[in-house]
Design a protein around this ligand. Structure first.
Ligand SMILES: [Zn+2]
Length: 252
């Protein structure tokens, strides 16, 4: 690290759990963020500000006026731009030190495999069940840790699925892909603006912890937030040996 970097990251370096070593790990890491919306916004901004050296941001949407109430990566001037371009602008303004790869596409499974196999951590900030399942399948196959978050109305949830750990459940252990779930979208149901900030910031925290190997992750637990009462519920999630996704994979 040069003098500018030592200054920029000094408040992380001061933390014993991070120090120079942890900061070097951030700088050397590649994080893949899927979705540049409400959750993706704080994730992208914090990973950029913390100095994650390479960040790939994937989203095929353009910035819309209805996004600005909660998607703090974007601005009124950038309405109409691809979200990943707007996101890259915001991230490089915060930290010109890092490399941001902006992919304005909807990644299919083959593309996900390509992107995920090259990532140290994947942060799922997508907004639909099919994408979440595809991301999970690929993370299990390539043994890449996944930080998963969701937010709708006043309800948020977050967990970590770490396929490197044989005891860790995967997303499909918790939400089996063959079960029917009611797909609810922000566009019809609404979402409380700071809720995506709370959950997204926690996703960023879990991603940084995984990169630097700090503390213990949320793997094996699901945290659920009711923002109306600001009450958290933490439930244990066990790996399902009959899981359609990770049940078939023998892990060391
Ligand atoms: Zn599973």
């Amino acid at each position: 690290m040069n003098d500018q970097q030592l200054l920029r990251y000094s408040r992380h370096i001061l933390l014993d759990d991070i120090d120079i070593d942890g900061q070097e790990k951030f700088l050397a890491a590649h994080a893949l963020i899927i979705g540049a919306g409400g959750l993706g916004s704080p994730v992208a901004m914090y990973l950029a500000s913390a100095g994650v050296g390479r960040i790939t941001l994937v989203d095929n949407d353009n910035v819309d006026l209805t996004n600005l109430q909660r998607q703090i990566l974007h601005t009124s001037e950038r309405v109409g731009q691809p979200k990943v371009s707007s996101g890259k602008t915001a991230m490089t303004q915060i930290n010109p030190d890092i490399q941001v790869i902006a992919l304005a596409e909807r990644a299919d499974e083959a593309r996900l495999a390509q992107l995920i196999s090259d990532a140290d951590v994947v942060i799922d900030c997508s907004d639909n069940f099919a994408t979440r399942q595809a991301i999970n399948r690929t993370c299990v196959a390539h043994q890449v840790p996944l930080v998963s978050g969701a937010a709708i109305r006043f309800d948020g949830q977050i967990s970590v699925f770490d396929a490197r750990d044989a005891s860790s459940p995967c997303y499909a252990c918790l939400f089996p892909p063959d079960r029917e779930f009611e797909e609810i979208a922000c566009s019809t149901m609404g979402v409380f603006a700071p809720l995506v900030g709370i959950i997204g910031s926690m996703q960023a925290a879990e991603a940084l912890k995984l990169i630097a190997g700090i503390g213990t992750s949320l793997s094996g637990f699901l945290l659920m937030l009711d923002a109306r009462s600001m009450e958290w519920t933490r439930i244990g999630v066990a790996r399902d040996t009959a899981c359609l996704v990770c049940g078939k994979h023998d892990r060391a």
